[in-house]
Every structure is written in C-alpha cells, then in structure tokens.
Design a binder for this molecule. Structure first.
Ligand SMILES: Cc1cc2nc3c(=O)[nH]c(=O)nc-3n(C[C@H](O)[C@H](O)[C@H](O)COP(=O)(O)OP(=O)(O)OC[C@H]3O[C@@H](n4cnc5c(N)ncnc54)[C@H](O)[C@@H]3O)c2cc1C
Length: 397
C-alpha cells in the first residue's frame, strides 16, 4: 500500500527536525520525515561546532539569529529536552582599523535590528577574557554575551522527539530515490513547464504527497535534481581539531575569533576545539581529515595563543564534515519556482545549527500560510541567483 502524507521532509538533520516541529506547532501533524541513514545526525549536524551568534553583517542573518538565540534560551522548557545553550559569548578580535571599522558598522546594524548587547571592547578588555592571548597587534573588538554554543545533536533530537510526540512519522534507513511530478496545467515559466509534486519513491516504497521539503543539507542539489530542478548548494569540507585535555587556558571563555587569519577556538570539555576556514579548500564530498590541515591550524593557533603550542593533539580525534555553501553565503528558503509543492530549506553556509529554529519556523509559515512575518522571505528565495539580487555575508567563519 502506498503511504500518504500531507508533507514529506527529506532529511532528518537539525533543519528537517526543526521544520517538522514547527509544522506541528501550527497544527500540521500528518508529516513524514525520511532519512537514509540508520540514525539521525550523520550529516553536517553531527559534525558541527555548535556555535550560535547574532554578530552577523546582514539584516536577514541578524534577524534569523535573534529569533533563534531567543528560542535556544527557552528550548529546554518549551521542548522538554536540553539544548545545552551556553551563553559564553563570541569575541571578535581586530588587528587593523579596517576590521575594527567593519565590526563597528556591523554593531550598529545589529543594534538597529534589536541586538543591543554587542559591546565594543579594548585590547585590555580582550586580554582579560583570555590572558594567554597575544594581544600586541590587537586594536579592539566586539563581544556579545548572548552568543555562545548549543549541543546540535541534542537540539535535533529535541525537535524530532517533540514532533513525533505530536504524530510526525520518521522513517530511518530509507533513501528518497525519486520525486514524482505531473504537469501543472499552467503555461511555461521561463521556457520550463510548470510541474507539481505527486509523491516520492523511496527504498521502502512509494509515498503519495503534494508537498516535499528538501532538508538534505549538503546533498540538497541531488535531491532537487530528483524533482528535475536545481538549487545552487555545494558541499565544502570543514575540519575541526580538538586538543587533548589542556588547562593552560581558562575553564570558561568565549569563542575567540582572530580576524587576521580567521582562526577561532573555544573550550570543549577539558580540551580546546580549534577551527579555521582553509581558503585552499575546494568543493566536493570530502570527509577525510588532512594531516596538512592540522599543521596549518596549529601554526595559526600558536601564533595567536603561544601557550597552545604546548597542547597535545591526537590527529585521529580531528574530524571533517561538510558546509553547504551557496554563492552568496545565505540560506535558500522557500518554494521552488518551477515545481509546485517543492520547498527548499538549504544552503546555510556554515550557519544551519544556529539558524535552525528560525528556518524551521519560516518554512512552516511559508507552507501553511504562504508568508512569514519573521523576515522578508523574498530575500532568501532561490530566484535571487537568476535575477542577480544576491546578498553578501562577509562574517562567515
Ligand atoms: C565542521 C563543521 C562545523 C560547523 N559549525 C557550525 C557552527 O558552529 N554553527 C552552525 O550554526 N553551523 C555549523 N555548521 C553547519 C551546520 O552543521 C549545518 O549547516 C547544519 O547541520 C545543516 O543541517 P541540515 O539538517 O540541513 O543538514 P544535515 O545535518 O546534513 O542533514 C541532512 C540529512 O539529509 C539526509 N539525506 C540526504 N539525502 C537524502 C536522501 N536522498 N534520502 C533521505 N535522506 C537524505 C542525510 O542523510 C542527512 O542526515 C558546521 C558544519 C561543519 C561540517
């Protein structure tokens, strides 16, 4: 027998799980989530650093963060499951006036969007957060105390547990292998015939549904192609390096970002978690770690925090995952223009954990109400790439 659902979500990572939860918040529970792995969190979500911040440069990212951080601060009560939100802050450190001016103008934009707690900090104040930091070349920075970290796996599980409590079905170990469409009986759109969704084929059988949500993370372009359409999302490897237990830095300190190199770090349990965006990385489904990367990141770490040269690193504990990059480093949220019933919630470009509450809410709003009052959703639709209305987020870590 063919399964039926009002809405099918492809992918049960933090984003698909948030969409499922937010649909149930608005009374829609005949929802099926399909995940090809045997467990949730095997995609980007399980690899994430868990950072959340409102310190962005574009209004739409600031708005998404504002909603999401408020959400995380109440997550445990509302969802009945821990988010492990730790408001330890993000500390951006500038080593030249151009970067400092950039932080100052971002701060004004953040305040205009309602994020009024971003502080300008001096070199001496920065040194108080992490006395071991080399600050001789630092000219100042910004600190937001409500930025911090969550546990991505726990947030994902919380969203999904609550959604399932309300009737959402989750099929694990099931790959979506096809998306069925039929002509939508309307004239062509940009010389492509308009089609509508009728269902999907999966490794567990067929599903009849009028609505499919593409929440397939770095595999979003593949899932879009199953419906004969395109979404510009590319996988980009991202590697993280944890140190062994290290007490040469404070037990609690913010995420520290060295703007001169992009190197950033935070405490993770007894050790320190080191991160850096290697500009030489090229797109592709690469998830092995690269010993050359470890050398490069340790050089940058020791340059900013000389004590870190003493920290031990076991290369086997480093890991790599995939960022889901779009050409303008902003998410794509909204309906596909050429396939009625297909929705994208993709391409978070490294921010999908922190923006998962807002993106779930916006997607549910768009599907069930046709609009969202959280943001101006036209900014994030996929048509922006064809029409050249690109946004540019420069505060990508
Ligand atoms: C190393 C690293 C560090 C990061 N740090 C941060 C951070 O500090 N803060 C932050 O906000 N973000 C961070 N990110 C980004 C964040 O992890 C992602 O944006 C987010 O997890 C995306 O969630 P998702 O649910 O869309 O994708 P995923 O978690 O990848 O989930 C997609 C799911 O779709 C499933 N799927 C795909 N195709 C199919 C199919 N055909 N059929 C069925 N299922 C399918 C996959 O198996 C997968 O489980 C980081 C990412 C990495 C790799």
């Amino acid at each position: 027998m063919t399964e039926t659902a009002d809405i099918v979500i492809v992918g049960s990572g933090i984003v698909g799980s948030s969409v499922a939860y937010h649909l149930t918040e608005q009374g829609c529970t005949n929802v099926l989530v399909i995940e090809r792995e045997a467990h949730q969190g095997k995609g980007s979500t399980g690899k994430s650093m868990g950072g959340v911040r409102a310190q962005f440069s574009t209004p739409v990212n600031i708005q998404m963060s504002r909603y999401s951080i408020d959400f995380f601060s109440q997550f445990d009560e509302v969802i009945g499951h821990p988010a492990d939100y730790r408001a330890h802050g993000y500390l951006f450190c500038a080593t030249n006036e151009r970067h400092l001016d950039y932080l100052k103008s971002n701060r004004e934009r953040q305040a205009a969007m309602g994020v009024k707690n971003v502080e300008l900090v001096s070199r001496d104040e920065i040194a108080k957060f992490v006395p071991q930091l080399r600050v001789d070349d630092i000219v100042g920075g910004t600190f937001c105390p409500t930025d911090g970290f969550v546990d991505p796996h726990s947030v994902m599980m919380g969203f999904m547990l609550k959604a399932r409590e309300r009737g959402v079905r989750l099929w694990l170990d099931t790959a979506v292998t096809g998306i069925e469409v039929e002509p939508a009986n309307q004239t062509v759109l940009k010389d492509r015939p308009l089609r509508r969704i009728t269902g999907l084929t999966t490794t567990r059988g067929n599903v009849s549904t009028p609505i499919v949500v593409n929440a397939a993370g770095p595999w979003a372009a593949e899932v879009a192609r199953l419906a004969g359409t395109e979404v510009p999302v590319q996988p980009l490897r991202r590697q993280l390096v944890p140190t062994e237990p290290f007490d040469g830095l404070p037990q609690r300190f913010p995420m520290v970002i060295d703007m001169s190199t992009g190197f950033h770090f935070r405490r993770e349990g007894k050790g320190i978690l080191l991160a850096w965006n290697d500009p030489e990385e090229t797109p592709g489904f690469k998830t092995e770690t690269d010993p050359g990367f470890i050398e490069k990141i340790l050089t940058r770490a020791a340059a900013r925090v000389p004590r870190l040269a003493e920290a031990e690193v076991n290369p086997r504990r480093a890991w790599a995952g995939l960022y889901e990059m779009t050409p303008d480093h902003h998410a794509i949220i909204g309906a596909a223009p050429d396939v009625v019933g297909l929705y994208f919630v993709n391409g978070f470009s490294g921010h999908g954990v922190m923006h998962s509450p807002a993106s779930g809410r916006i997607t549910a709003d768009l599907i069930l109400q046709g609009h969202s009052n959280l943001i101006d959703t036209s900014q994030l639709n996929v048509e922006r790439f064809a029409s050249g209305r690109l946004l540019e987020e420069t505060a990508v870590l």
